[in-house]
Design a protein around this ligand. Structure first.
Ligand code: AMP
Ligand code: MN
Ligand code: MN
Length: 329
């Protein structure tokens, strides 16, 4: 998107934010730091503008993000009396990724879709899709700036969390000069980076660490193709007494192995015969394409999908498709 186009979309969004009164802010299933942080920053801005807002996600705020200012305002039950005038959908490539909230979004008079996934389906009346943004947090930062509103410490903390988590603490190749420029601005607003990284990365629950141990014990690889994978079964969750939301980052232990170009995580969901697959890759393998073969999507180097079938079956199917992509990459 060129600068002129971006400016036009910003103007359209700003007009809506200024002129409409009631807003729903939602994001994807199993929300991550980018989803939560971006929602909270945008909500705080709208509230300051005197708007009526509700923030709704299907799944709860994961424990590591509960320290974020006003995170308890994010609700998981969503039965407002009247549908909102405007639905803001953040960090979500397709409407079905909002789960049951999709019904409420469809009832809104206007849908604004703000996202950075390459697989975004542009389902909004206004679509602000920037594939090269490191996080939606960067997009919200720029939007607040175009509105000429102050960022302030509270919003800075939320936005920093969004950017920090989606760039893997500034490690992935979605980290750009702009990412760091924005981070610098957020630090100037009073963000204390060590404090935030401590809250997010040094506060791991016992059950998560137990679960990680069980998952890593299943590590397998195909050294010739540079593929590595782990699995998580319901049995392991039970043994570790862990929650579904505690697996964020597990796949990085596979991705970081020397010689691995493609990492996969197979996770049984709480539905019988359903497996969630996460993909991470190095430069030359496009995992968005791979995930889309199974009805999912994401980014070129981080994607996911949900596949029906028993875990063994899903592993075989997905690994076979991965092999094909690797041969042609
Ligand atoms: P995850 O492996 O769950 O961390 O997801 C990696 C990336 O893929 C994220 O950007 C997700 O938004 C995206 N993603 C994960 N699962 C799906 C899915 N079922 N459909 C579309 N995108 C997905
Ligand atoms: Mn996300
Ligand atoms: Mn994101």
């Amino acid at each position: 998107m060129d600068a002129k186009e971006l400016k036009e979309i910003h103007s359209k969004i700003i007009e809506v934010l200024r002129n409409k009164e009631s807003f729903l802010i939602t994001s994807h299933l199993r929300p991550d730091g980018d989803a939560i942080g971006s929602q909270l920053a945008l909500a705080s801005l709208l509230e300051e503008m005197g708007k009526s807002i509700i923030i709704v996600n299907v799944d709860p705020v994961p424990d590591p993000f509960r320290f974020l200012p006003e995170s308890d305002r994010i609700t998981n039950d969503f039965i407002p009396e009247d549908p909102p005038e405007v639905a803001l959908v953040l960090d979500t490539s397709s409407l079905d990724r909002t789960g049951r909230v999709a019904g409420l979004v469809r009832k809104a008079k206007l849908v604004i879709n703000i996202d950075h996934h390459i697989s975004n389906e542009k389902f909004g009346d206004i679509n602000l899709i920037e594939e090269d943004a490191g996080a939606v947090g960067e997009q919200i930062f720029s939007l607040i700036r175009s509105l000429d509103c102050p960022i302030g410490k509270k919003r800075a903390v939320s936005l920093y969390t969004a950017i920090l988590t989606d760039t893997g603490a500034f490690q992935y190749d979605n980290t750009t000069e702009k990412t760091h420029r924005i981070a610098r601005h957020l630090l100037r607003e009073g963000v204390e980076p060590a404090l935030i990284t401590e809250k997010i990365y040094q506060n791991v629950s016992f059950s998560r660490q137990k679960l990680l141990g069980l998952a890593l014990a299943t590590l397998r690889r195909n050294p010739r193709e540079g593929v590595g994978w782990i699995r998580l079964t319901r049995e392991m969750y039970r043994k570790a007494e862990a929650k579904d939301s505690e697996t964020d980052g597990f796949i990085n232990y596979v991705r970081s192995i020397k010689g691995i170009r493609l990492a996969l995580l197979f996770q049984e969901t709480d539905k019988k015969n359903q497996v969630r697959v996460s993909f991470r890759s190095s430069r030359e393998i496009n995992v968005n394409d791979l995930a889309q073969q199974f009805g999912g999507g994401g980014h070129p180097r981080a994607a996911g999908c949900t596949v029906e079938g028993d875990i063994e079956e899903v592993e075989n199917k997905v690994l076979a498709a991965a092999r094909k992509i690797i041969v042609t990459s």
